[in-house]
Write a protein that binds this ligand. Sequence first.
Ligand code: NAD
Length: 375
Amino acid sequence: VAIAVTRERREGETRCAVTPETVKKLIALGATVSVEAGTGIGSSILDADYAEAGATVKPDTRAVLEGADIVLKVRGPTAQETSALKPGAIVIAMLDAYREKDTVEALKGAGVTAFAMEFVPRITRAQVMDVLSSQANLAGYRAVIEAAYAFGKGFPMMMTAAGTVAPAKVFVMGVGVAGLQAIATARRLGAVVTATDVRPATKEQVESLGAKFLAVEDEEFKNAQTAGGYAKPMSPEYQAKQAALTGEHIKKQDIVITTALIPGRAAPVLVSAEQVASMKPGSVLIDLAVEAGGNVAGAKAGEVVTTANGVSIVGYTNLPGRIAADASALYARNLTAFVGLMLKEGVVTLDLDDEILKAAVVTHGGAVVHEGVKG
Ligand code: NAD
């Protein structure tokens, strides 16, 4: 079985889909691995490191893809890459399949079986393949590092001969995987941390990390979690009550980190333009939901916006790509576990009735087979 990995071609994509460690694991599963030259550079992995692990490094994209049975990528392949694939080849990537219609069409047209890692279900057996969690965790960490960098003051309280430096006040809005890591990281840096979410289960998690929980805890709040563990969209009435509560709080914060998402919908706006305007000069907002429309009014994808009152709104996309070596290491392990579902003793056996593969397959046999993407 020939596994191929090409360089990422999307702008700003620093991650890669294999590491020397996972090359060895894939070979142990009975595969041969070809890697395009330069694949690991954004993650500080040299071609020689891949070669030493047993991969064949080739300079030419088409030469890598030719004859490949399985192609591993971070983001979806380009049209050119897809055109180099044989029908029946398998592509595994974070396809972003709801938004990247052209990529899906090209994969369908090429007769490729494409799997979207973002659709892997969050069941216990698939935890080791959960790219949303592995990447969100690092994004939450990195959000705090970006905040600390953009903030002109310190995070910890420092008592010095020249006087005391006050600790930073950090407010985390949305306490999923990213939010929890943001809380933990801000705490480690010595900030005073508060957090909010609409799912009641998060209250205890926030408190167990040594932060304070803040939310309107009414009847609607008590029922805001779906059976799948995700947030429901909240009513306009709830949002107004919550905004009144958080509005007073935001005024006094140095750093606000927002991570609130609702699967399949635009992100809720949690910080209004008036609330941004109420903050002190030098305050920093980091909007992790910026690609889903944003939680912060005025946030711009890929940009740092400075408002008239001197507040920075950081809208970096791909925060995991700003900690690329670790993001690649975890992502590559997620992928290797996924490949393990279809590669047994050096032979590809695709069981599309397997719960995990069934949920993640997007195109197969010249058709779009994923219900959500089809509709
Ligand atoms: P997510 O990225 O979809 O959303 C981030 C957070 O935003 C969530 O906590 C959500 O409740 C919150 N949010 C949504 N609307 C909000 C609003 N109006 N105000 C405030 N907060 C709002 O979530 P996620 O990080 O993917 O995690 C969702 C849940 O899934 C968590 O409970 C997580 O622990 C769980 N999870 C389970 C597994 C597993 O069992 N294998 C794996 C990963 C995550």
